[in-house]
Design a protein. Structure first.
Length: 404
Protein backbone atom coordinates (compact mmCIF):
# COMPACT_ATOMS: atom_id res chain seq x y z
CA UNK A 1 0.00 0.00 0.00
CA UNK A 2 2.79 2.36 0.97
CA UNK A 3 4.76 1.39 -2.17
CA UNK A 4 1.68 2.02 -4.36
CA UNK A 5 1.19 5.48 -2.87
CA UNK A 6 4.87 6.31 -3.35
CA UNK A 7 4.74 5.23 -6.98
CA UNK A 8 1.60 7.27 -7.55
CA UNK A 9 3.14 10.39 -6.06
CA UNK A 10 6.32 9.81 -8.02
CA UNK A 11 4.34 9.41 -11.24
CA UNK A 12 2.43 12.59 -10.52
CA UNK A 13 5.66 14.57 -9.99
CA UNK A 14 7.14 13.21 -13.21
CA UNK A 15 3.90 13.96 -15.04
CA UNK A 16 3.81 17.56 -13.76
CA UNK A 17 7.48 18.09 -14.61
CA UNK A 18 6.87 16.77 -18.11
CA UNK A 19 3.96 19.18 -18.55
CA UNK A 20 6.09 22.14 -17.38
CA UNK A 21 8.97 21.19 -19.71
CA UNK A 22 6.57 20.71 -22.62
CA UNK A 23 4.89 24.07 -21.93
CA UNK A 24 8.26 25.86 -21.84
CA UNK A 25 9.19 24.25 -25.17
CA UNK A 26 5.89 25.35 -26.70
CA UNK A 27 6.40 28.93 -25.44
CA UNK A 28 9.94 29.04 -26.82
CA UNK A 29 8.74 27.74 -30.19
CA UNK A 30 5.95 30.36 -30.29
CA UNK A 31 8.36 33.17 -29.40
CA UNK A 32 10.84 32.05 -32.05
CA UNK A 33 8.23 31.58 -34.76
CA UNK A 34 6.50 34.81 -33.71
CA UNK A 35 9.71 36.81 -34.03
CA UNK A 36 10.41 35.11 -37.33
CA UNK A 37 6.91 35.93 -38.56
CA UNK A 38 7.24 39.56 -37.39
CA UNK A 39 10.55 39.84 -39.18
CA UNK A 40 9.00 38.37 -42.32
CA UNK A 41 6.03 40.74 -42.07
CA UNK A 42 8.33 43.75 -41.55
CA UNK A 43 10.40 42.60 -44.51
CA UNK A 44 7.36 42.95 -46.79
CA UNK A 45 6.18 46.27 -45.36
CA UNK A 46 7.02 49.73 -46.69
CA UNK A 47 6.26 52.97 -44.86
CA UNK A 48 5.94 56.19 -46.81
CA UNK A 49 5.69 59.65 -45.25
CA UNK A 50 4.04 62.43 -47.26
CA UNK A 51 3.99 66.09 -46.17
CA UNK A 52 1.00 68.25 -47.10
CA UNK A 53 2.12 71.17 -49.28
CA UNK A 54 0.55 74.61 -49.61
CA UNK A 55 -2.65 74.36 -51.64
CA UNK A 56 -2.98 70.59 -51.21
CA UNK A 57 -6.10 68.76 -50.10
CA UNK A 58 -5.85 65.26 -48.64
CA UNK A 59 -7.61 63.83 -51.70
CA UNK A 60 -5.21 65.55 -54.11
CA UNK A 61 -2.17 64.43 -52.13
CA UNK A 62 -3.35 60.81 -51.87
CA UNK A 63 -3.92 60.68 -55.63
CA UNK A 64 -0.65 62.20 -56.86
CA UNK A 65 1.80 61.28 -54.08
CA UNK A 66 0.86 57.66 -53.34
CA UNK A 67 0.29 54.40 -55.21
CA UNK A 68 -2.91 53.60 -53.33
CA UNK A 69 -5.85 52.02 -55.10
CA UNK A 70 -8.96 54.14 -55.64
CA UNK A 71 -10.99 52.09 -53.17
CA UNK A 72 -8.36 52.63 -50.44
CA UNK A 73 -8.31 56.40 -51.08
CA UNK A 74 -12.12 56.46 -50.95
CA UNK A 75 -12.21 54.59 -47.63
CA UNK A 76 -9.49 56.76 -46.06
CA UNK A 77 -11.28 59.98 -47.04
CA UNK A 78 -14.62 58.61 -45.87
CA UNK A 79 -13.30 57.74 -42.42
CA UNK A 80 -10.98 60.72 -42.10
CA UNK A 81 -13.87 63.14 -42.63
CA UNK A 82 -15.10 62.29 -39.15
CA UNK A 83 -11.89 63.70 -37.65
CA UNK A 84 -10.55 66.50 -39.87
CA UNK A 85 -11.64 68.76 -42.73
CA UNK A 86 -10.02 66.84 -45.57
CA UNK A 87 -10.55 69.76 -47.97
CA UNK A 88 -8.63 72.23 -45.82
CA UNK A 89 -5.42 70.56 -44.69
CA UNK A 90 -2.64 72.72 -43.31
CA UNK A 91 0.84 72.92 -44.87
CA UNK A 92 3.16 70.92 -42.63
CA UNK A 93 0.54 68.28 -41.76
CA UNK A 94 1.73 64.86 -42.82
CA UNK A 95 0.54 61.30 -43.07
CA UNK A 96 2.15 57.87 -43.08
CA UNK A 97 1.05 54.96 -45.24
CA UNK A 98 2.17 51.37 -44.62
CA UNK A 99 1.97 49.19 -47.73
CA UNK A 100 2.51 45.50 -48.38
CA UNK A 101 5.54 45.54 -50.72
CA UNK A 102 4.41 42.47 -52.63
CA UNK A 103 0.71 43.15 -53.10
CA UNK A 104 0.64 46.95 -52.74
CA UNK A 105 -2.21 46.47 -50.27
CA UNK A 106 -2.74 49.18 -47.66
CA UNK A 107 -1.95 47.97 -44.13
CA UNK A 108 -2.23 51.15 -42.08
CA UNK A 109 -2.78 54.90 -42.38
CA UNK A 110 -1.84 57.61 -39.86
CA UNK A 111 -2.48 61.36 -40.16
CA UNK A 112 -0.62 63.94 -38.06
CA UNK A 113 -2.19 67.38 -37.71
CA UNK A 114 -0.05 70.39 -36.82
CA UNK A 115 -3.09 72.65 -36.40
CA UNK A 116 -4.88 70.43 -33.89
CA UNK A 117 -1.67 69.20 -32.24
CA UNK A 118 -2.76 65.59 -32.43
CA UNK A 119 -2.53 62.51 -34.60
CA UNK A 120 -5.14 60.14 -35.97
CA UNK A 121 -4.54 56.46 -36.71
CA UNK A 122 -6.81 54.26 -38.79
CA UNK A 123 -6.25 50.50 -38.75
CA UNK A 124 -7.42 48.56 -41.80
CA UNK A 125 -9.06 51.50 -43.62
CA UNK A 126 -11.13 49.14 -45.79
CA UNK A 127 -12.80 47.57 -42.74
CA UNK A 128 -16.15 48.90 -41.54
CA UNK A 129 -15.15 48.46 -37.89
CA UNK A 130 -12.30 50.97 -38.04
CA UNK A 131 -10.34 51.57 -34.87
CA UNK A 132 -9.40 55.22 -34.30
CA UNK A 133 -6.96 56.48 -31.70
CA UNK A 134 -6.08 60.02 -30.75
CA UNK A 135 -2.63 60.96 -29.44
CA UNK A 136 -1.69 64.35 -28.13
CA UNK A 137 1.63 65.88 -29.03
CA UNK A 138 4.22 67.34 -26.67
CA UNK A 139 6.05 70.64 -26.97
CA UNK A 140 9.54 71.48 -25.81
CA UNK A 141 11.11 74.93 -25.67
CA UNK A 142 14.66 75.58 -26.74
CA UNK A 143 17.07 78.48 -26.41
CA UNK A 144 20.21 78.71 -28.52
CA UNK A 145 22.76 81.50 -28.81
CA UNK A 146 26.15 81.93 -30.40
CA UNK A 147 28.71 84.06 -32.23
CA UNK A 148 29.06 84.26 -36.01
CA UNK A 149 32.44 82.92 -37.10
CA UNK A 150 32.29 82.38 -40.87
CA UNK A 151 28.63 82.60 -41.91
CA UNK A 152 25.39 82.83 -39.95
CA UNK A 153 24.17 79.52 -41.40
CA UNK A 154 27.26 77.52 -40.46
CA UNK A 155 27.47 79.18 -37.04
CA UNK A 156 23.84 78.33 -36.22
CA UNK A 157 24.22 74.77 -37.49
CA UNK A 158 27.31 74.40 -35.28
CA UNK A 159 24.95 75.04 -32.34
CA UNK A 160 22.68 72.20 -33.56
CA UNK A 161 19.92 74.61 -34.50
CA UNK A 162 17.53 72.86 -36.95
CA UNK A 163 17.53 74.03 -40.55
CA UNK A 164 13.86 75.06 -40.38
CA UNK A 165 14.64 77.36 -37.48
CA UNK A 166 17.57 78.96 -39.32
CA UNK A 167 15.37 79.61 -42.36
CA UNK A 168 12.69 81.15 -40.12
CA UNK A 169 15.25 83.27 -38.28
CA UNK A 170 16.67 84.66 -41.52
CA UNK A 171 13.20 85.24 -42.96
CA UNK A 172 12.08 87.22 -39.90
CA UNK A 173 14.94 89.71 -40.26
CA UNK A 174 15.13 89.65 -44.08
CA UNK A 175 13.62 93.14 -44.37
CA UNK A 176 16.32 94.63 -42.13
CA UNK A 177 19.48 92.57 -42.48
CA UNK A 178 21.39 91.21 -45.45
CA UNK A 179 22.82 88.03 -43.90
CA UNK A 180 25.16 87.56 -46.85
CA UNK A 181 27.15 90.39 -45.24
CA UNK A 182 27.11 88.91 -41.73
CA UNK A 183 30.34 89.86 -39.96
CA UNK A 184 32.54 87.77 -37.73
CA UNK A 185 31.68 88.63 -34.12
CA UNK A 186 27.97 89.27 -34.75
CA UNK A 187 25.79 87.28 -32.36
CA UNK A 188 22.44 85.50 -32.55
CA UNK A 189 19.92 84.43 -29.97
CA UNK A 190 16.73 82.46 -30.53
CA UNK A 191 13.87 80.98 -28.51
CA UNK A 192 11.86 78.35 -30.36
CA UNK A 193 9.46 75.49 -29.81
CA UNK A 194 9.72 71.94 -31.10
CA UNK A 195 6.52 69.93 -31.41
CA UNK A 196 6.89 66.15 -31.33
CA UNK A 197 4.48 63.26 -31.66
CA UNK A 198 3.90 61.96 -28.17
CA UNK A 199 5.81 58.78 -27.19
CA UNK A 200 7.57 58.65 -30.55
CA UNK A 201 9.83 61.67 -30.19
CA UNK A 202 9.35 62.27 -33.88
CA UNK A 203 9.61 65.91 -34.87
CA UNK A 204 6.33 67.31 -36.15
CA UNK A 205 7.14 70.98 -36.61
CA UNK A 206 9.54 73.67 -35.50
CA UNK A 207 8.89 77.37 -35.43
CA UNK A 208 10.48 80.47 -33.98
CA UNK A 209 7.43 81.06 -31.85
CA UNK A 210 8.79 83.26 -29.09
CA UNK A 211 11.66 85.60 -29.87
CA UNK A 212 14.82 86.13 -31.88
CA UNK A 213 17.72 88.55 -31.66
CA UNK A 214 20.65 89.51 -33.88
CA UNK A 215 23.48 91.81 -32.77
CA UNK A 216 26.05 93.62 -34.87
CA UNK A 217 28.71 95.98 -33.50
CA UNK A 218 26.39 98.87 -34.46
CA UNK A 219 22.87 97.70 -33.66
CA UNK A 220 20.70 95.08 -31.95
CA UNK A 221 17.69 93.72 -33.84
CA UNK A 222 14.87 92.12 -31.86
CA UNK A 223 11.83 90.15 -32.99
CA UNK A 224 8.94 89.03 -30.80
CA UNK A 225 6.10 86.80 -31.87
CA UNK A 226 2.68 88.22 -31.10
CA UNK A 227 -0.85 87.18 -32.03
CA UNK A 228 -3.53 89.83 -32.58
CA UNK A 229 -7.27 89.36 -33.15
CA UNK A 230 -6.77 89.46 -36.92
CA UNK A 231 -3.30 88.09 -37.48
CA UNK A 232 0.00 86.96 -35.99
CA UNK A 233 3.56 87.85 -36.79
CA UNK A 234 6.84 89.30 -35.55
CA UNK A 235 7.31 92.80 -34.16
CA UNK A 236 10.27 94.82 -32.94
CA UNK A 237 10.52 96.16 -29.39
CA UNK A 238 8.39 99.19 -30.38
CA UNK A 239 5.51 97.10 -31.67
CA UNK A 240 6.27 97.70 -35.37
CA UNK A 241 5.76 94.75 -37.68
CA UNK A 242 8.95 93.30 -39.15
CA UNK A 243 6.99 92.20 -42.18
CA UNK A 244 7.00 94.99 -44.73
CA UNK A 245 3.78 96.17 -46.33
CA UNK A 246 5.22 95.03 -49.68
CA UNK A 247 7.42 92.13 -50.76
CA UNK A 248 10.81 93.17 -52.16
CA UNK A 249 9.92 91.50 -55.46
CA UNK A 250 6.83 89.71 -56.82
CA UNK A 251 8.80 86.61 -57.96
CA UNK A 252 12.13 84.80 -58.03
CA UNK A 253 13.73 86.43 -61.06
CA UNK A 254 16.96 85.96 -63.02
CA UNK A 255 17.51 89.62 -63.87
CA UNK A 256 15.75 92.91 -64.51
CA UNK A 257 15.52 93.22 -68.28
CA UNK A 258 13.99 96.70 -68.30
CA UNK A 259 13.81 99.42 -65.66
CA UNK A 260 11.27 102.15 -64.95
CA UNK A 261 11.68 104.84 -67.61
CA UNK A 262 9.77 107.77 -69.11
CA UNK A 263 11.68 107.37 -72.39
CA UNK A 264 12.34 103.80 -73.55
CA UNK A 265 12.69 102.40 -77.08
CA UNK A 266 10.10 99.62 -77.44
CA UNK A 267 11.69 96.46 -78.94
CA UNK A 268 8.52 95.43 -80.82
CA UNK A 269 6.80 98.71 -81.67
CA UNK A 270 10.15 100.27 -82.64
CA UNK A 271 9.54 103.71 -81.21
CA UNK A 272 10.28 105.52 -77.95
CA UNK A 273 7.62 105.69 -75.26
CA UNK A 274 7.40 105.55 -71.44
CA UNK A 275 7.87 102.20 -69.66
CA UNK A 276 6.35 102.85 -66.25
CA UNK A 277 7.21 99.52 -64.67
CA UNK A 278 9.89 96.90 -64.03
CA UNK A 279 10.43 93.92 -66.34
CA UNK A 280 11.59 90.86 -64.41
CA UNK A 281 13.06 88.19 -66.72
CA UNK A 282 12.21 84.67 -65.51
CA UNK A 283 11.39 81.26 -67.03
CA UNK A 284 7.84 80.66 -68.23
CA UNK A 285 5.69 79.23 -65.46
CA UNK A 286 7.55 80.97 -62.62
CA UNK A 287 4.96 81.77 -59.89
CA UNK A 288 4.08 85.46 -59.54
CA UNK A 289 3.13 86.62 -56.03
CA UNK A 290 0.94 89.42 -54.74
CA UNK A 291 3.33 91.84 -53.03
CA UNK A 292 0.69 92.84 -50.44
CA UNK A 293 -2.83 92.10 -49.23
CA UNK A 294 -5.53 93.49 -51.47
CA UNK A 295 -8.47 92.87 -53.80
CA UNK A 296 -8.30 91.85 -57.46
CA UNK A 297 -9.94 94.53 -59.62
CA UNK A 298 -8.97 92.98 -62.98
CA UNK A 299 -7.91 89.54 -64.20
CA UNK A 300 -8.25 89.34 -67.99
CA UNK A 301 -6.48 89.85 -71.30
CA UNK A 302 -5.62 93.53 -71.83
CA UNK A 303 -3.92 94.44 -75.13
CA UNK A 304 -0.14 94.81 -74.94
CA UNK A 305 -0.15 93.65 -71.29
CA UNK A 306 -1.53 90.27 -72.36
CA UNK A 307 -3.02 88.40 -69.42
CA UNK A 308 -3.11 91.05 -66.71
CA UNK A 309 -3.95 91.06 -63.01
CA UNK A 310 -4.50 94.35 -61.18
CA UNK A 311 -4.75 94.37 -57.38
CA UNK A 312 -6.00 97.28 -55.29
CA UNK A 313 -4.25 97.68 -51.92
CA UNK A 314 -4.99 99.90 -48.90
CA UNK A 315 -3.65 103.48 -48.76
CA UNK A 316 -4.13 104.23 -52.45
CA UNK A 317 -1.79 101.62 -54.01
CA UNK A 318 -2.46 99.41 -57.04
CA UNK A 319 -0.15 96.76 -58.52
CA UNK A 320 -0.08 95.43 -62.10
CA UNK A 321 1.15 91.96 -63.16
CA UNK A 322 1.38 91.63 -66.95
CA UNK A 323 2.23 89.09 -69.71
CA UNK A 324 1.08 86.18 -67.54
CA UNK A 325 0.85 82.72 -69.10
CA UNK A 326 -2.07 81.85 -66.80
CA UNK A 327 -3.81 83.09 -63.67
CA UNK A 328 -3.47 81.71 -60.17
CA UNK A 329 -6.12 79.52 -58.59
CA UNK A 330 -9.39 81.43 -57.89
CA UNK A 331 -7.88 84.69 -59.17
CA UNK A 332 -10.69 86.77 -60.64
CA UNK A 333 -12.28 90.17 -60.16
CA UNK A 334 -13.38 90.65 -56.55
CA UNK A 335 -11.07 87.98 -55.07
CA UNK A 336 -9.28 89.03 -51.88
CA UNK A 337 -5.60 88.02 -51.90
CA UNK A 338 -2.93 87.82 -49.22
CA UNK A 339 0.68 88.89 -49.44
CA UNK A 340 2.69 86.12 -51.07
CA UNK A 341 -0.32 84.45 -52.70
CA UNK A 342 0.17 83.22 -56.28
CA UNK A 343 -1.76 85.47 -58.69
CA UNK A 344 -0.37 84.04 -61.91
CA UNK A 345 2.61 82.59 -63.75
CA UNK A 346 5.28 84.20 -65.93
CA UNK A 347 4.58 84.12 -69.65
CA UNK A 348 4.90 86.26 -72.78
CA UNK A 349 1.29 87.05 -73.70
CA UNK A 350 0.64 90.45 -75.30
CA UNK A 351 3.59 92.45 -76.63
CA UNK A 352 6.62 90.54 -75.30
CA UNK A 353 9.84 89.32 -76.91
CA UNK A 354 10.48 86.73 -74.21
CA UNK A 355 9.06 85.38 -70.93
CA UNK A 356 9.02 88.05 -68.23
CA UNK A 357 6.76 89.85 -65.77
CA UNK A 358 5.83 93.47 -66.45
CA UNK A 359 5.29 94.70 -62.90
CA UNK A 360 3.94 98.17 -62.13
CA UNK A 361 2.89 100.11 -59.05
CA UNK A 362 0.39 102.96 -59.10
CA UNK A 363 0.01 105.32 -56.13
CA UNK A 364 -2.94 107.72 -56.09
CA UNK A 365 -3.52 107.12 -59.82
CA UNK A 366 0.11 107.77 -60.79
CA UNK A 367 2.69 105.11 -61.72
CA UNK A 368 5.79 105.20 -59.52
CA UNK A 369 9.19 103.45 -59.58
CA UNK A 370 8.85 100.38 -57.37
CA UNK A 371 12.63 100.10 -56.91
CA UNK A 372 12.72 103.57 -55.31
CA UNK A 373 9.77 102.99 -52.98
CA UNK A 374 10.44 103.32 -49.28
CA UNK A 375 9.42 100.16 -47.45
CA UNK A 376 6.67 100.75 -44.90
CA UNK A 377 5.84 98.56 -41.89
CA UNK A 378 2.61 96.66 -42.54
CA UNK A 379 1.19 97.32 -39.07
CA UNK A 380 2.04 99.04 -35.81
CA UNK A 381 0.39 97.83 -32.63
CA UNK A 382 -1.74 100.32 -30.71
CA UNK A 383 -4.05 100.50 -27.70
CA UNK A 384 -4.75 97.32 -25.74
CA UNK A 385 -2.77 95.16 -28.17
CA UNK A 386 0.29 97.37 -27.71
CA UNK A 387 0.02 97.11 -23.90
CA UNK A 388 -0.28 93.32 -24.04
CA UNK A 389 2.63 93.15 -26.46
CA UNK A 390 4.81 95.30 -24.17
CA UNK A 391 4.16 92.94 -21.25
CA UNK A 392 5.01 89.87 -23.32
CA UNK A 393 8.06 91.36 -25.05
CA UNK A 394 9.63 92.43 -21.72
CA UNK A 395 9.41 88.85 -20.44
CA UNK A 396 10.84 87.44 -23.67
CA UNK A 397 13.64 90.01 -23.73
CA UNK A 398 14.72 88.95 -20.24
CA UNK A 399 14.81 85.33 -21.40
CA UNK A 400 16.93 86.34 -24.39
CA UNK A 401 19.40 88.24 -22.21
CA UNK A 402 19.68 85.50 -19.61
CA UNK A 403 22.91 83.54 -19.88
CA UNK A 404 22.21 79.83 -19.82
Amino acid sequence: MIITKFISKRNIVIYVNNIIIFSILIILILIFTGNEMSANIAQYQETKKIIIKKGDTLSLSLNYATKLQKKDIYNILKKQKTMIDVDHCFPGDFYEIIYNKKTGKLINFKYYSTKNSCSFKIKSPYNNNIKKTLKRNKNSFNKKQGIVSSSLWSSMRAKNIPKDIIHSFMDIFSGQINFADAKQGDSFNVLYETECINKKNRRLSENVIAAAQYKTHLKTYNAFHFKTKKNQGYYDENGKSLKGAFLKAPLQFKRISSFFSTNRFHPILKYTRPHLGIDYAAPSGTPVLAIANGTVVMAKYNGGFGNLVIIKHPNGYETYYGHLSQYGKHIKKGTKVNQGQIVGYVGMTGLATGPHLDFRVKFKNKFINFLNMKQLPSTTLTGKEKRLFNEKSKILLKKLKRKD
